[in-house]
Design a protein around this ligand. Sequence first.
Ligand code: CP
Ligand code: NVA
Length: 304
Amino acid sequence: MTIKHFLQFNDLARDEIEYIFERAAWIKTQFKSYQQYWPLSDRTLVMIFEKASTRTRLSFEAGMQQLGGSAIYLNTRDSQLGRGEPVEDAAQVISRMSDIVMIRTFEQSIIERFAANSRVPVINGLTNEYHPCQILADIFTFIEHRGSIQGKTVAWIGDSNNVCNTWLQAAEVLDFNVHVSTPPGYEVEPERANLYGTDHFEEFKDPMDAARDADLVTTDVWTSMGFEAENEERRKDFADWQVDEDMMRIAKKDALFMHCLPAHRGEEVAAEVIDGPHSVVWDEAENRLHVQKALMEYLLLGKV
Ligand code: CP
Ligand code: NVA
């Protein structure tokens, strides 16, 4: 069997994503009713973190245990990964001792080099370029609240970062539209986002125009991990790109608000929005657990 990795959103086809959503809904229901489901007993997940995390670590570690397996946490501070062992060598060794690997790192090329030398599936737990598990959870959350996302409009306000790039890829795979507004100088780079074309997204100078009539308004921090040196400059450049109540009013009446978290109230989002009636951020965070369990089940067992 060829190994399937999930290094970016478009590594999976539409029918595979839809299957994972179906499984996530079933796994979530079982979990909520305390039904034991251990399809991955004796399987081991290795989680490698080169950047900080709360949700990703917790959801993968808890998720693997809930599926009957175990999870091992490695970080660059106290493993040989931080002391210059080649990624290719680490991949050979780690993948001989485990069944599946999740990596959070810097450049996408690192995870690609790891995957090319791995005997087991590799999952992207966030890179500078993409955050595919996040968007799986976000779209699953959208479907739970509003039904199919096909043909809907998602407004992305702020930085054209890893989360934005992944929304753009997902729009191509699942056929919806993304309206993006970034400050000048921070526009989407279609090549970096690895898009097939530009027919699923449109860029707007004014964030209010991007948000107009959107079904979902979403944003993320102005400065992503690894770019901290740009923090001060970005705070000035992004000052007009806060999702506030006026922006939510111009979106559809029943528009949802999402944020991958952690959030900075008063910067990219007003407290009234993230803590207000449109916000589904806690469902979004919880759903990381359920969709990633379905993802690991699929990558290890195929369709069950
Ligand atoms: N959204 C997300 O990936 O959160 P963490 O950085 O806490 O894992
Ligand atoms: N864009 C953010 C997401 C954090 C979950 C970052 O990369 O830091």
